[in-house]
Design a protein around this ligand. Structure first.
Ligand code: NAD
Length: 361
């Protein structure tokens, strides 16, 4: 992943408009509140198809430049995710620079809601890493431009289970393409990041009889999951040297990079994390050389977005799940399209998504 260059004074060297991750973003908003300690950045990438909808991530970034880089990459990914999923939404995302286990307060989330409100609906927020439906309740106290609120408040609830279902569908499609059948029973699947999405994915995989290996940075979480699902935990520092058929990145992005690819010996990468490829145009070429099939992240992790969109388009949970199941066919179509055109799966997915945006202009 490319970060900004930081000077000795801790300032960003060079400009934002010329940064490698700045790709025609429409608007970037910096939110600062001394009282609550809120430091957030909202990225609105493209609103051609509709308002920019995307979750808020709370992460303890090591510096502000890293947070800015993340929000630029994530918001662009949301543009393609909405477009390929047939939703009338644009792409946006927000990051809050804080440790969700230590720093988060209701007052901070409400303040964030005020900033979201100031954008008058150009950006609609939802959950992402480090954020819960309770946090969205706090945001909702200050703005109506929020989705993924609890069902008790008339919302669609936590989108993560639907995201996990879509990832499971995408993984099955990848297995179908790679192995000739989509049965995951007996396949060794490494799930990295056992959070909201990772846990439900583990549940689906265990139900189908896959051999699941888990990994997380929090030992308490690993212990909980091992007890609950009877899965194995990866022991040791180098997870990519482990023995697995399918890698499901469900933590943060950029885990698929030149270094990890060199150590990986699997058949398929299919997971929930956004921006899995550190270098989106070249890493998949390295994967292809090793015979590893990559299921584009923004295609297979769209279930949560499809679910929160139900609050705007007014459809129910069963329709969300039906649309999410379609990820299976969409993923297979992308693999075939890429094969015919001789391009990577990521490039094929971006091309189809971009065509939908261009047609709408
Ligand atoms: P979460 O915060 O609930 O879980 C993330 C988990 O990853 C945590 O348990 C954390 O400890 C773990 N983790 C972080 N860094 C790690 C590392 N280096 N190695 C191993 N584990 C690590 O988040 P989530 O909602 O489950 O989302 C997971 C990923 O899926 C994120 O990249 C998110 O952007 C993406 N995603 C989520 C949704 C959704 O509906 N929640 C939708 C689309 C995409």
């Amino acid at each position: 992943m490319k970060d900004f260059n930081i000077t000795d004074q801790g300032e960003v060297a060079g400009g934002i408009f010329t940064h490698v991750s700045f790709k025609n973003h429409e608007q970037v908003v910096f939110c600062n509140d001394q009282e609550t300690g809120l430091k957030a950045i909202i990225g609105i990438h493209n609103t051609t198809l509709g308002p920019a909808l995307g979750g808020t991530r709370m992460w303890n970034y090591s510096n502000e430049a890293e947070a800015l880089n993340d929000v630029l990459r994530l918001s662009r990914g949301m543009t393609f995710k909405a477009a390929i999923s047939g939703l009338n939404l644009g792409g946006g995302k927000a990051v809050i620079i804080a440790d969700s286990r230590k720093d988060k307060t209701d007052a901070m989330m409400q303040k964030f809601g005020e900033f979201v409100n100031s954008l008058s609906g150009r950006y609609i927020t939802a959950e992402d890493v480090g954020i819960t439906t309770h946090d969205m309740e706090m945001v909702k106290m200050k703005t109506n431009h929020v989705s993924g609120i609890p069902e008790s408040m008339g919302g669609s609830g936590d989108p993560s289970p639907v995201t996990a279902y879509g990832v499971y569908m995408g993984m099955k499609a990848a297995a179908k393409y790679k192995y000739g059948n989509d049965n995951l029973a007996g396949r060794k699947v490494l799930v990295q990041g056992i959070g909201h999405v990772g846990e439900t994915l583990v549940h689906h995989l265990c139900q189908e009889g896959a051999q699941v290996i888990i990994n997380d940075i929090h030992q308490d979480r690993i212990d909980e999951m091992v007890t609950k699902y009877g899965v194995k935990a990866h022991i040791g520092s180098d997870i990519f040297n482990a023995d697995f058929d399918i890698y499901a990145p469900c933590a943060l992005g950029a885990t698929v990079n030149a270094d990890s690819i060199a150590r990986m010996n699997c058949d398929i990468i299919a997971g929930a994390a956004n921006n899995q490829l550190a270098e989106e145009w070249s890493d998949e070429i390295l994967l292809a050389k090793k015979g590893i099939l990559y299921a584009p992240d923004f295609v297979i992790n769209a279930g949560g977005l499809i679910n929160v969109y139900s609050e705007i388009a007014k459809y129910d949970r069963s329709e969300s799940l039906r649309r999410t199941e379609e990820i299976y066919n969409t993923t297979l179509d992308i693999f075939r399209h890429a094969e015919i055109e001789g391009i990577t799966n990521h490039a094929a997915a971006v091309k189809i998504a971009q065509a939908r945006i261009d047609n709408a202009k």
